[in-house]
Design a protein around this ligand. Structure first.
Ligand code: SF4
Length: 184
């Protein structure tokens, strides 16, 4: 699978995620409108090479000045978040591509940025279902839960990732924040 085809498959999957998320959010109703506990300040790690390649493809389309500013922020982010000989924990620092509360690479943002916020479930064969509570801003506690199953999205992502790894000879495990991706 050449990269462009992989990107098209990923963009289609992202579109399905967004549509499902919007539908479930509307049913609550829940509107993500920025909040104090902004999820762009979460310590998210990303694990797929295809998402990293797609995200960096978006980044590379930005103008050089903006790229430089973002890279400076990424360096600062890593310096604070991953200091030598100290426990790694979320410091609630904004992701380096967030500017004034907005994601500058919104169409290229990874899966976890898209699926975050709503109560959800994950059903892995051989394991008990994992239930996620949703973000504080949604005040979902006590509300009737609307089914939002992440499983088919994860399964589809694994298929795209497996083919992309084979075609691009990527073998290693990946666990990187957006800041680390940008600096790698
Ligand atoms: S990539 Fe965009 S949506 Fe995801 S954490 Fe960074 S700024 Fe937020």
């Amino acid at each position: 699978m050449v990269t462009n085809q992989a990107f098209e498959l990923l963009a289609t999957l992202y579109c399905k995620m967004d549509q499902t998320w919007d539908k479930v959010a509307a049913a609550y109703p829940f509107k993500c409108d920025g909040c104090e506990d902004n999820c762009c300040k979460s310590l998210f790690f990303h694990h797929t090479h295809i998402e990293k390649a797609y995200f960096l493809n978006g980044f590379n389309q930005l103008d050089p000045d903006r790229k430089r500013i973002i890279l400076d922020k990424a360096k600062e982010y890593c310096k604070k978040t991953f200091p030598k000989n100290r426990e790694i924990k979320s410091l609630k620092i904004y992701c380096p591509v967030n500017e004034n509360g907005r994601c500058l690479l919104y169409p290229y943002r990874p899966m976890i940025c898209r699926l975050h916020g709503l109560p959800h479930e994950l059903n892995r064969p051989g394991f008990k279902p994992v239930m996620g509570a949703g973000c504080d801003a949604g005040r979902f506690e006590g509300k009737a839960i609307i089914k939002f199953d992440r499983t088919p999205f994860y399964q589809h992502m694994i298929q795209i990732e497996t083919a992309f790894r084979q075609d691009s000879n990527k073998t290693g495990r990946l666990k990187e924040t957006i800041a680390q991706m940008l600096l790698s």
